[in-house]
Design a protein. Structure first.
Length: 157
């Protein structure tokens, strides 16, 4: 089951960082797994719904590209989440922060491309941890499209 977290429910008090392990990507030293925990649930990663308000879906060469207005409030929300998470762990690590998620969103001509016309209600960002290099840290994330057809909207946690 997937549990979506609203962007405004993520704060430093709900974040747990596991002890670092050697990063599988040789460009980085360590990987810190992130957990989200509140009084009701503990999650192995953070799954945030993309509440896009200003976007278009453009069909281009058998692909559907999601193009987001760079002034969309969702981008500001993602930037805030990224800052909260990285500042939280950086109190201990004290390295330069790389806002790779925000930079990727702002620099790319489109957010994501799909083979089929997407249902954006199922499109999320999955944040699984923090990478650490000799001098900096950043988020480990991916865009996530949930293909499940189950709807558990009546479950309350």
């Amino acid at each position: 089951m997937e549990y979506l977290i609203e962007h405004d429910k993520i704060n430093e008090h709900n974040l747990i960082f596991k002890m670092p392990i050697k990063n599988q990507n040789e460009n980085y030293i360590n990987f810190y797994k992130i957990l989200f925990s509140n009084k009701n649930i503990t999650l192995k990663y953070i799954l945030v719904k993309l509440n896009l308000t200003s976007f278009i879906i453009k069909q281009d060469s058998h692909r559907y590209k999601v193009i987001v207005n760079k002034n969309d409030s969702f981008i500001k929300n993602i930037e805030q989440i990224e800052k909260k998470i990285l500042n939280s762990i950086n109190n201990t690590i004290n390295k330069s922060i790389v806002h790779n998620l925000s930079n990727d969103i702002n620099s790319k001509p489109y957010l994501y491309s799909f083979l089929h016309n997407p249902n954006l209600e199922r499109f999320h960002i999955k944040i699984s941890g923090i990478w650490e290099s000799e001098s900096s840290i950043g988020l480990v994330y991916k865009f996530y499209y949930n293909t499940s057809t189950e709807n558990f909207s009546n479950i309350i946690c």
